[in-house]
Design a protein around this ligand. Sequence first.
Ligand SMILES: Cc1cc2nc3c(=O)[nH]c(=O)nc-3n(C[C@H](O)[C@H](O)[C@H](O)COP(=O)(O)OP(=O)(O)OC[C@H]3O[C@@H](n4cnc5c(N)ncnc54)[C@H](O)[C@@H]3O)c2cc1C
Length: 396
Amino acid sequence: MGSADSFADRVGQAAPDLLIAGAGVAGLWLGLKAAREGLSVLIVERDRIGAGASGGFLGALMPHSPDRWNGKKAFQFAALVDIESEIARLEAETGLECGYRRVGRLLPLANQQARRTALDHVADARANWGGRFGFEVGQTPDKHDWPNILWAPHGLIRETLSARLSPPLLVAALAARLSALPNVSLCEGVCVNAIDVSSDLAHLSNGESIGFGHLALASGVGAFSLVAQAAAQPELTLGGPVKGQAALLDADAPADLPLVYHDGVYVIAHDNGQVAIGSTSEREFDQSTTTDERLEALIKRARKLCPLIRDAPVVARWANVRPRAIGRDPMLGPVPGAPRVLAMAGGFKISFGIAHRMADFLVAEMTGGPGPDLPESFSVGAHIGKARALNARPQA
Ligand SMILES: Cc1cc2nc3c(=O)[nH]c(=O)nc-3n(C[C@H](O)[C@H](O)[C@H](O)COP(=O)(O)OP(=O)(O)OC[C@H]3O[C@@H](n4cnc5c(N)ncnc54)[C@H](O)[C@@H]3O)c2cc1C
């Protein structure tokens, strides 16, 4: 990865077809997908690859509930189905493993109402998941310590669509593939500070300006203000940070254990026997990357939920901010009034499962090729509309 002094030389032209701001899971998948279509790609990263929310270790790929089906759920479902072959291709290209496995998920049912709702969802899953994945309501866990049978007094949901991957292994594989492609350059320590949409120029933190065919804003929490600026509405708040904290335990756990999810606690056994625990969710915080007593409380709950990890030592604690767009849905596509500027932000809690498909949409936008349908609620215009409506609401 080189310095920012010779962008034009490094990409072989004065302006890349695609300039990407941000080297998290979103920017990396987009760079790869665009390069495969023959576009010249330059990724500029403010800090280093995976420095943002993508630098954690959870990697849960969990579907939305199968009821009240809508475009967002359909987009995510297709992405969760696709990801298996996407990862297989990346692993074949790089010879690197991504720690992916479709292990399914267990959700303990704490009361009779939760069980009734779960039973209703059996038919929803059959209708909306195309009959390809299981969703059933059982009486007891197969193993009494995964999860604790005492936490499942009304049984549990067993579904087979959920999967997990290792975020650091995926990020490393994407970065390795990108660095092997002749039409891709990646510069760390450089960020997009401002955009001149009238002349398709990005002003960088190193004092240079660079032209672009398209500019993708995949800069996590930082993308929202750049999108607002490109839309000539810098006063709008299109999204913001939600802090999350997680822990990694050395547990010698079997790699085929399903994910366990209960009341905000996720427990995920990875290929190397380590178990990841997530996540807190904080709208208000002082420090974005420090952990505190909220994480310790979460670890305690997780140990009770899954007694297999009762005594497992914590080997890492981690925190960062998730990009949450104003309407909760991802923000994807051209910016109104600036069609060469593309938003790729707001993946919030599900980016690892959908980033490859978000990238497919943007590549289709640029090349005119076939791509996935975009739910209207993902469009930048929809998010701007929500932000305006909120701004217009009378203050109490
Ligand atoms: C505790 C926790 C647990 C999570 N668990 C899961 C999970 O299990 N499954 C899941 O799918 N998701 C999970 N998430 C969410 C997921 O991590 C994020 O949605 C995802 O990483 C966002 O990726 P991104 O590429 O959009 O943003 P980021 O990873 O934040 O990347 C943005 C990058 O842009 C760079 N940047 C910022 N501004 C600029 C600029 N102006 N120019 C250039 N570069 C810039 C940043 O340095 C950063 O590297 C979790 C998040 C947290 C915090």
